[in-house]
Design a protein around this ligand. Structure first.
Ligand code: ATR
Length: 299
């Protein structure tokens, strides 16, 4: 068994399953992929459900996604998860539903008998994480998305529209990057009120203070020594504060919010919920959430 497989291993069951006790039937494809937490989540859920299958890591080079999917299908895989940098490339290879095409990325593939379907469970996983962590429906909240121009920010902003929020505050270092997103969101939800701001806008603090939920979708907070993505003036103790980063578990933004007395949560819950939703696409009717929480020490 290997910690990471490549496209060259997708040639036969003999090669792929050499030394393994169960057949590989699911995978996460990415480049790199060695760091992915998905195998831990999904193998725990497979084992708990008594499903005889292995979930493996597959390092696939950009440009080889369709070839990898063809080989996985031929070998009898049920599907795969998709991570950076393949979430856009894989869209070309799958049939998409409306929500997934709006979310603009695919993180879950299902090989069905007559078709290959692509889903996005990151957006719905975010909505479930907010409900789980804060006990309130996403649709009830006014939300500021910090770093809304990145891939994660765009998916979360779109999910907010899919559930029908009334107002979004979108903050990005380069505010011009938000324009195409804003047009898409307005077509999706014409009554939505959208405010766009850069970090040096005078209205930043006032706009953040009108929101119920602040979400960091930028990469600021990942590296040691990063500052809080928002100054203290943007926070109040009534805020719910969510950081999509989960390593480190407490980013400078969350530390500042914790000190103020805000309710806070990190991206681990989104990781778990997107995983549970993916698993349910492959195995409808299963309830993998509790097992996945346990696997990541969240029970
Ligand atoms: P992607 O998710 O598309 O790969 P990314 O380059 O990882 O994008 O950036 C994600 C988000 O973090 C973006 O909103 C980015 O802001 P810009 O669009 O202005 O580049 C934001 N970001 C990254 N570094 C930042 C910093 N030092 N200060 C503020 N925002 C930052």
């Amino acid at each position: 068994m290997k910690a990471v497989y490549t496209i060259d291993d997708l040639v036969s069951r003999d090669v792929l399953d050499a030394g393994a006790d169960k057949p590989a039937r699911l995978a996460v494809i990415g480049h790199p992929v060695a760091h992915s937490a998905s195998p831990k989540l999904h193998q725990a859920a497979l084992d708990a459900a008594g499903i005889e299958a292995r979930y493996i890591r597959l390092d696939i080079e950009p440009g080889q996604v369709s070839e990898a999917l063809v080989r996985m299908r031929a070998l009898g895989f049920l599907g795969c998860n998709v991570t950076v940098p393949h979430k856009l490339e894989v869209m070309e290879c799958c049939e998409l539903d409306f929500a997934t095409s709006q979310l603009g990325a695919v993180n879950t593939v299902c090989f069905e008998e007559t078709r290959t379907r692509g889903y996005n469970t990151d957006g719905p996983g975010f909505a479930r994480a907010i409900e789980d962590d804060f006990g309130v429906a996403l649709s009830e909240l006014t939300i500021a998305i910090i770093g809304a121009g990145g891939g994660a920010g765009q998916a979360i902003a779109t999910q907010c529209c899919l559930v029908g929020v009334r107002k979004l505050v979108l903050v990005n270092r380069t505010v011009e990057k938000l324009l195409p997103l804003v047009c898409r969101l307005k077509l999706l939800l014409p009554d939505l009120e959208i405010v766009t701001l850069s970090f040096d806008d005078e209205a930043l603090a006032d706009q953040c203070l009108t929101c119920d939920l602040l979400v960091n979708t930028s990469s600021v907070g990942l590296k040691e020594g990063d500052p809080s993505i928002l100054p203290l003036a943007c926070l109040k103790k009534e805020h719910l504060v969510y950081d999509t980063i989960y390593q480190p578990a407490v980013t400078p933004l969350l530390a500042t919010a914790d000190a103020l007395g805000c309710k806070t949560a990190n991206g681990l819950s989104m990781l778990i919920h997107q995983g549970a939703l993916a698993f349910q696409h492959w195995f409808p009717g299963t309830e993998p959430l509790a097992e996945m929480k346990r696997a990541l020490g969240r029970s």
